[in-house]
Design a protein around this ligand. Sequence first.
Ligand code: SAH
Length: 257
Amino acid sequence: MKFSVLTLFPEQVKRFLGESILGRAEEKGILEIDAVDIRDFSGNHYGKVDDTLFGGGTGMLMQCEPVYQAYLSVCSGDDTKKPHCIFMSPKGAVLTQEKARELSKYEHLVILCGHYEGIDQRVLDEIVDEDISIGDYVLTGGEVAACVVIDCISRMVDGVLPNSEAYEEESHMQGYLEAPQYTKPNIWHDKAVPEVMLSGNHAKIKEWKRLHGLYDTWKRRPDMLEKLDISAEDWQKILQIEREESEKRKQVPPVDE
Ligand code: SAH
């Protein structure tokens, strides 16, 4: 899968995405991530790409033409193969796992990053297919947001993680959160790993993970659980976990004043 990030700060994007899992996927040729410097398309000696706002207001706005030329530079020229173009914006729909899964189906995504006050609306109207936000807050630029989007999409691209199980069982993939996880040693600070984890009984472990995932979702994100059709039987089991957890809490010795 190919990503073309249009940005005024290509190094920021490259530095983040060149490391770890995504860096290795790029080396293997599974991902291609290009960071295109919009300033290269300024058309002037100073690399100036922004100007003051019409109608007044603080700050500078990125101009149409450099953004447009940067966009054209990553298009093949074949109109039937126009890449899907995303603008990172606090005005967009907030990114979800479902949205990331949908975007992972595209062969080529162009991700446009604003900076300063943002970008002149006219070029956005001409090239952007959809706006995406990473949350209801404002950043100084779209670069960090673009990295979040690319990271989230990439782990679902075939070959980036060892197998699809590595991401299908994560939080949010099935509408609920992942159960707690444990590794060695078996006992740490007097806390033991749940017995079932050491039992080798795969069916039991799977059921434990499912129920504890639902339990954690109920405690942390009840809004997510509302969207799932939880059976009466599962509710009984979730409430049983709640009783066990509250017993455990009672056993913790009180802290000395
Ligand atoms: N004037 C704009 C904010 C500009 S912030 C407004 O009020 O809507 C500068 C740039 O940072 C934006 O153009 C966008 O690309 C990026 N950005 C800021 N917050 C973001 C968010 N929550 N999600 C995605 N991109 C964001």
